[in-house]
Design a protein around this ligand. Sequence first.
Ligand code: AMP
Length: 187
Amino acid sequence: MRIVLLGAPGSGKGTQAKFLVEKHNIPHISTGDLLRGAIAAQTALGLAAKEVMDKGNLVSDDIVLGMLKERVTQEDAKNGFILDGFPRNLAQAEMLEALLKELDMALDHALLIEVNPDEVVERIAKRAEIEGRSDDTEEVVRNRLNVYKEQTAPVAEYYKNQNIVTEIMGTGTIEDVQERIEAALRF
Ligand code: AMP
């Protein structure tokens, strides 16, 4: 099963992805995590990406696609994966479609986790205390939400046109959201 998780920063994509990994035995591929890994490893690419990420802007499509391609073609992703944080704009959605076609694969589901913006800000403030991410400050979060609205929200429309989107209410407990996702995947 090949799933794309869509939703604003703080909507719970990462949390839900972890449950999906356990339940469906497919890897969680987060471009944000891959980029943070490159930063931690202090690669040239990581250092260049850090500046952009710390402002809450998008890293260049070429860099992210290169990382994604490398990850998606690994053995453990052969039978499926959960994409989290990719695609982030329409160009990436088109690149992903071309890449999957090349690999003779297709997406099964795009799950759009919906939460209201006030809740997102609150959730990210909590995450900032726990994880200490350098892009979870209030000013950067505001920019990330704008970037989401302007560049990432159209990706949901792209998948709606392909009839693979299910909107998931992201409110309630983690388990509530998990159940809604499982129900959506049964279709
Ligand atoms: P995330 O962990 O998904 O919230 O991503 C954290 C940051 O990494 C984003 O604010 C971007 O700067 C960068 N990033 C992650 N995924 C992508 C992507 N697909 N395209 C461009 N930048 C990305």
